[in-house]
Design a protein around this ligand. Structure first.
Ligand code: FAD
Length: 495
């Protein structure tokens, strides 16, 4: 074994890169995620070309496929206190953003072989929901399944989120789904052989206004009815849990010690590996371009690598679901909304829970690598598939974070990125059958909490699809509810 270093910030060696390639990660973005190269202090300035050269030398990727990963601002690590001092016009909506994410994946990354000619179930979207559904179908004996993903695994929101998992919700349905998901997440490493860094340090919610404080109190009582041990905290109790927290303007706080954080990426790899082992095709860099339909059914899914005849098609395309459904003439009520997020240099462990100020949508937690990872909603963000990063966000976030934890002012931000929430009018998902196109199933609209819902929802959906037994989840959250005005409003949305 050699220890020839490629990325000294993150201790990634030549052998680590070769190991990633042997595992099937061959494009630069995927190798970055699997090994962590390029995610340290220098953000790839000293290692990107070395990795590209190695992939070329080992013929892991065609030279024209050796594209650099998306650069992440800031250009240099920058202190939160500096960012917090920048002026922000809170009356203006955010515009544009630096380093717009690649929205079209170059054809050179597309596998050369054709896709399977037919499959019983075609799932569109290789995010957490599509992959978890495919995996759960395989557990129930349904392995004639193809998952189509237009980019690399982790290209969508599932590779860009905060990794928060919590039972503190405002509806019974979400509380029960989250409880089940967290139970399954606790078993994931054992069942799938991959570490997902689940750390149950709790969620500490804070309210700054009376209305939000009442919401927290009401929902804590609902949690207790479901056996979730959420409790209202005095401000002193909250400070005992997070030393140094100012709780500025706080009117109420709640805490559930069973909530926590996970590292999202290995979930996707774990599900994808298990699917492939079961014989399910997970086709990356494959874009769905249309549908062949007749007699109220989808007959074929069209892709840029060929058509696939199918019995059932599932739209699990996250924030792109309205775009995909539109190809079949189906209108979804979902709207994509950019959400930005950042990560700092690593610190010694000091922060137990994920902390969130529900009024402003500020949230932050400490990852197992020690980084502070956090984001914040922006009420003025317009709808759109925008994944660019803004100075406005880092500045607003830095101000809100250092207001609550002033000691973090000297900590440097290493990188920021963005993803899209998949927002529905009532903050609840779109599930089940499509009126007028019975064999198209919907699995989208999870706003900013789809990651934590995926294990439980996909388990229920696979059972519903394979057993034929009814499940109220797929009628209660169906598309029909928007026509019938039966909305299910969730009020514990961060952001
Ligand atoms: C900044 C941020 C923070 C978040 N924080 C949390 C959190 O703490 N906890 C939590 O539970 N959730 C969180 N979320 C939400 C969570 O990430 C999503 O709800 C979840 O990942 C959605 O999964 P998905 O599989 O539906 O979508 P995605 O992961 O977006 O997957 C959909 C996939 O479909 C693919 N696709 C699109 N069009 C096509 C096409 N035509 N053909 C083929 N494939 C296509 C896309 O490339 C994409 O990979 C956050 C989201 C963001 C953006």
């Amino acid at each position: 074994m050699s220890k020839q270093m490629v990325c000294s910030c993150e201790d990634v060696t030549v052998d680590d890169i070769r190991h990633a390639v042997a595992k099937g990660f061959r494009d630069v973005e995927s190798v970055k995620r699997f090994t962590g190269f390029g995610t340290g202090v220098c953000q790839g300035k000293s290692c990107l070309s070395a990795v590209a050269a190695l992939l070329a030398k080992d013929k892991a990727q065609k030279p024209e496929g050796l594209l650099p990963f998306t650069p992440r601002p800031p250009l240099y690590p920058t202190e939160l206190s500096v960012l917090a001092s920048l002026p922000v016009d809170e009356t203006q909506a955010p515009v544009g953003g630096m380093f717009e994410e690649m929205s079209v994946f170059p054809p050179v990354l597309r596998p050369e072989a054709p896709v399977p000619k037919k499959a019983k179930v075609v799932i569109i979207g290789g995010g957490i929901l599509g992959l978890a559904l495919a995996y759960n179908l395989s557990l129930r004996g349904e392995k004639d399944v193809v998952v189509l993903e237009r980019g690399y695994l982790c290209a969508g929101a599932s590779g860009r989120n905060g990794g928060g998992v919590r039972m503190q919700w405002g509806t019974s349905a979400n509380i029960e789904l989250a409880k089940r998901s967290i139970e399954l997440m606790g078993r994931f490493a054992r069942d799938m052989g991959i570490n997902v860094w689940l750390r149950q340090g709790g969620y500490l919610f804070m309210a700054k206004t009376k209305a939000v404080a009442q919401r927290l109190e009401r929902n804590a009582a609902l949690h207790n009815k479901h056996g979730v041990p959420t409790r209202l905290l005095t401000l002193d109790e909250a400070r005992d849990i997070v030393p140094g927290l100012t709780l500025k303007d706080a009117q109420a706080a709640t805490y559930n010690p069973q909530d926590g954080v996970i590292f999202p990426w290995p979930f996707l790899w774990g599900y994808a590996n298990a699917c492939r082992k079961a014989g399910i095709a997970v086709e990356t860099f494959t874009t769905v371009t249309g549908f062949e339909q007749s007699d109220g059914l989808v007959r074929k899914v069209k892709t840029d690598r060929g058509d696939i005849a199918c019995d059932t098609v599932v739209v699990a395309s996250g924030a792109w679901s309205p775009e995909v459904a539109k190809l079949a003439g189906v209108k979804l009520p979902n709207e994509p909304h950019r959400h930005e997020i950042l990560s700092t240099e690593p610190l010694k462990p000091f922060l137990g829970p994920l902390v969130s100020v529900l009024d402003s949508g500020l949230y932050f937690s400490q990852s197992m690598r020690g980084e502070i990872v956090g984001g914040m909603g922006d009420a003025l963000e317009p709808a759109g598939l925008n994944m660019g990063s803004t100075l406005r966000f880092v500045s607003r976030f830095a101000r809100a974070l250092t207001e609550q934890l002033p000691n973090l002012g000297h900590v440097k931000v290493l990188r920021q990125w963005a993803g899209c929430y998949d927002v529905t009018p009532d903050n609840s998902p779109v599930l089940g059958r499509t009126p007028g196109l019975e064999n198209m199933l919907q699995l989208s609209g999870f706003v900013g909490h789809g990651f934590m819902m995926a294990p439980a929802v996909s388990e229920r959906m696979a059972a519903w699809m394979t057993s034929g037994a009814s499940d109220e989840l797929f009628t209660r959250f169906s598309l029909r509810r928007f026509q019938e005005g039966k909305l299910e409003r969730e009020d514990m949305i961060i952001g």
